[in-house]
Design a protein around this ligand. Structure first.
Ligand SMILES: [Zn+2]
Ligand SMILES: [Zn+2]
Ligand SMILES: [Zn+2]
Length: 173
């Protein structure tokens, strides 16, 4: 398993190297480090998140370098930009990753990835119906995850005279 993962990274590193050469850029140890950490993190990251992870390994890497490298990774097809309606741009692995869509918890920010052949199918049918040639799509559904529902229920059921906590939530997007 571990061996297979390493080989996958090799392929991804090769793709990246090819891309930066084509872009007329040099291979640098900072870019290598950013790529390495990105590949090892199976998560949805903002460039800020990745910056802090990279900082732990090499404090000399600047914010702009991380941001630009993420852009390069996206152009090379290794990363994909995703937005979850909080105004931030997140990046996730793209190369060798199956297409998936997202469920987003508005309480804790948890993101669940899912794939449904039926939904994919319906989307194709809808596009066809409107004479639309589909090139890409991103389905995002917002709501409250199971854990947060449990937490809220526990709170409501708690027998106490305390004032209910008022939650003011502005819905972005
Ligand atoms: Zn989809
Ligand atoms: Zn939640
Ligand atoms: Zn995802």
């Amino acid at each position: 398993m571990v061996k297979k993962k390493r080989e996958e990274f090799l392929k991804e590193k090769e793709i990246f190297l090819e891309h930066i050469q084509k872009a007329g850029l040099r291979r640098t140890s900072q870019r290598d480090l950013i790529l390495e950490i990105f590949l090892r993190t199976e998560d949805h990251l903002t460039s800020e998140d990745l910056y802090w992870l990279v900082q732990k390994k090499d404090p000399s890497v600047g914010h702009t370098t991380v941001y630009r490298t993420l852009k390069l990774l996206t152009e090379a097809g290794l990363a994909r930009e995703v937005r979850f309606g909080d105004g931030k741009t997140y990046y996730e692995h793209h190369y060798n990753h199956e297409h998936h869509d997202h469920l987003i918890c508005t309480e804790c920010g948890k993101i669940i990835e899912f794939f449904s052949a039926e939904i994919e199918d319906l989307q194709d049918k809808m596009a066809e119906k409107y004479g639309f040639r589909l090139t890409n799509h991103s389905l995002r559904m917002w709501g409250v995850c199971g854990d947060c529902q449990k937490r809220t229920n526990e709170y409501i059921e708690a027998p106490s005279g305390a004032q209910p906590r008022v939650r003011v939530k502005s819905v972005v997007n």
